[in-house]
Design a binder for this molecule. Sequence first.
Ligand code: FAD
Length: 318
Amino acid sequence: MAEVLVYVDHVDGAVRKPTLELLTLARRLGEPVAVHLGPGAEQAAKVLGEHGAVKVLAADAPEFADYLVVPKVDALQAAAQAVDPAAILVPTSGEGKEIAARLALRLGSGIITDAVDVEAGADGPVVTQSVFAAAFTTKSRVTKGVPVITVKPNSAPVEPAPAAGAVEELAVTFGELARGTKVVSRAARESSGRPELTEAAIVVSGGRGVNGAENFALIESLADSLGAAVGASRAAVDAGWYPHSNQVGQTGKSVSPQLYIANGISGAIQHRAGMQTSKTIVAVNKDPEAPIFDLVDYGVVGDLFQVVPQLTEEINSR
Ligand code: FAD
């Protein structure tokens, strides 16, 4: 069976959820081979093996941390030469897309970015993208070289599928560009203690109806009662009530949690583009004609300043 390379997104060996989603998709195309760069390969291999990686190609060198993406591209190129894969899957992120684009150029391959689904086809992987604010879906196929595909977070379920996950060392020779862009400093963002927005199982969002930065405390309390991440509409972000890193939508992040609760959000197409694939959608809005109600599984017509605290209290009491 053909092997499929999966680029591992991790923090010191703690594998992030989008990589496990890629393993689900990779198994549809062949045998997943994970590529782990940096420290923590043994720790990562355990979870990668539990989710279907037959092998983990691992390389560790200071270059992966000290320089921007080129050393990682060198390593993926070495992995592609070692394995001759049927496809290479990379999580969609700023870094993931840059790695994928450079890699495709090196390999003389076609690339498809921001996939929301990948299936096996007679002539190679068939890739689904969601375009024009999710008004259309397109299916495409790479016709030249090894398909390089970046996949958006939350596009596939995480499925346990035990496999060997044996670590093999990947020999990497860095090219002359590898040390061309050095990292000068790194500062971790202050953690809210909440889950990462794109990986959270539950997202509680607030919009213009929240009516002020101080009132986002209500949204945060509801989120904390559920162990959820906090999202915001662009109107709330543009008003300066919540950071842009929490914006959901066409020009923000795409989320697809098990549960999405929209509070004081009208449901503009650009907001829907980032959340309409959520499994269960709940909206609280005082306007019964708000377009968000066309999308929801459960809708509450009411004032969020009454409904949200009641909901929080009820959940906390259980
Ligand atoms: P509104 O549309 O003003 O809706 C507020 C809602 O709150 C109303 O439905 C109202 O009934 C309700 N409400 C008010 N008070 C209460 C209350 N007390 N209790 C309950 N309900 C109440 N938007 C995004 O969200 N994400 C994006 O990424 C994004 N990208 C964009 C990209 C482009 C190119 C463009 C042109 C627009 C984009 N937008 C985006 C903006 C989008 O078009 C909408 O303007 C925005 O989503 C509206 O945000 P909102 O729903 O919070 O505000």
